[in-house]
Design a protein around this ligand. Structure first.
Ligand code: KG4
Ligand code: ZN
Length: 398
């Protein structure tokens, strides 16, 4: 006898109603990125890194970034569509980063989104790049089954930790898209500190990833201790008698600061003088520990002050790829907070800048605001280079 399975019918119904193909575009810094998502599932993801054009300058040169974005954006978008095996006509919307980032870089992506919107009558969803990092843990691989499609964030309040080359922030996510910044760096970002220390060791630019790889293979040789001297916290290596400060360790706020640590590392290197090949890895592991220890202290303070408040911590940004950081966070959670789950990107590629996370936030905005999430008024969309995550930028589009 034939009978209906109502669960399957319901699933088919909502799938039919909500399935969306979104093109994400991100040109906020020095990566030209495009991706196609079916809801929160990554169908294709293309990232073109311009790093080779910037490395000789030791940082991103805005004018070069803009030129490279302009040169590559069509190719990258077309490749994303080709890999997704779709054409522009199949898309439901475009999600594009409007800030924060380099003004003249952001403009390239926004202009392209507007051009495609006019050509193919596609609505645009303007996105905050840091929101992309924040929700990047909810991206799902292509192999995900259809009933996982509605796996959207629910367990609020959540603690978001965003550590990238331009930002270092602790975010209280009260509800979907409602944020309060608990703390942030007062000077350099965490990834920037990694890059500057890597540069002092001649590891190239951006050297954060190289530094952390060398640290991974040399950590076991170190004898690190954290010491309190005259009310200030220091990280010490007992065999080599190296010492670095842990700035902000004693302040009651949840802010971070990395510039003093960077200067202290430079002084330490000068004091050591000739650094043999063997010591480079050990210095990487040592400075990495000092950088990350500060993050862990502030995380511990937040968890103590907000006791039993969070069930989830969301991690996002390039530095989240760091193995030692993940280990240190896991240790804090395991010891005292094993009710807290960690949500982070399913692949390391999504910790850094990418357009899949931008399309994902576009999809989540659609889930929350339905058709209102789409901006028909293209003139209202403009770059916001200093856009802050706690600013409700989206209300002007609703
Ligand atoms: O999120 P992201 O790709 O770009 C920004 O929005 O800034 O982050 C890039 C930053 C760079 O500073 C890079 O050196 C750092 O993330 N990074 C790392 C690691 N991988 C990337 N820092 C430490 N350890 C890593 N494994
Ligand atoms: Zn980023």
């Amino acid at each position: 006898m034939f009978f209906f399975d109502f669960n399957i019918i319901y699933l088919l119904f909502i799938t039919f109603l909500f399935n969306m193909l979104i093109l994400g575009i991100d040109t906020s810094c020095d990566e030209t990125a495009a991706a196609v998502l079916k809801n929160n599932i990554v169908i294709s993801n293309v990232i073109y890194s311009q790093v080779k054009y910037h490395s000789e300058f030791g940082g991103v040169v805005p004018s070069i970034a803009k030129l490279q974005h302009e040169k590559n954006i069509d190719k990258i978008i077309n490749l994303a569509l080709k890999r997704a095996k779709i054409s522009f006509k199949d898309l439901d919307a475009i999600a594009v980063t409007i800030g924060p980032g380099l003004a003249i870089s952001l403009e390239v992506g926004i202009r392209k989104a507007k051009e495609l919107s006019s050509l193919y009558s596609l609505p645009i969803i303007p996105i905050n790049h840091m929101e992309g990092h924040l929700y990047s843990g909810f991206l799902q691989p292509k192999t995900t089954s259809i009933n996982k499609i509605f796996d959207i964030p629910k367990n609020f309040p959540v603690l978001g930790i965003l550590l990238s080359g331009g930002h270092s922030e602790f975010i209280l996510v009260e509800h979907l898209f409602v944020y309060k910044k608990l703390g942030e760096t007062l000077d350099d970002a965490c990834g920037e500190c990694f890059d500057k220390c890597a540069r002092m060791l001649n590891l190239g630019y951006p050297g954060g990833k190289v530094l952390s790889k060398l640290a991974d293979i040399s950590r076991k040789d170190l004898n690190i201790q954290v010491t309190n001297i005259d009310g200030n916290l220091y990280v010490r290596e007992l065999n080599y008698k190296w010492m670095l400060p842990v700035p902000m360790a004693k302040t009651k706020d949840y802010n971070l600061s990395f510039s003093g640590l960077k200067t202290a590392f430079s002084s330490l290197l000068k004091a050591i003088g000739n650094i043999d090949k063997n010591s480079i890895g050990k210095l990487c592991a040592f400075v990495e520990y000092a950088i990350l220890y500060q993050v862990i202290i502030k995380l511990t303070n937040i968890l103590l002050d907000y006791k039993d408040y969070f069930e989830e911590i969301w991690l996002g940004g390039g530095v989240i790829a760091n193995n030692q950081l993940n280990k240190m966070i896991r240790n804090v959670i395991k010891q005292d907070y094993n009710n807290i789950s960690i949500i982070k990107p399913y692949k390391k590629i999504f910790t850094g800048d990418n357009a899949a996370m931008i399309a994902l936030v576009g999809y989540l905005k659609y889930c929350k605001y339905k058709k209102n999430a789409f901006t028909a008024n293209l003139d209202a969309i403009d770059r916001l280079p200093t856009l802050d995550i706690s600013t409700n930028y989206f209300k002007k589009f609703l």
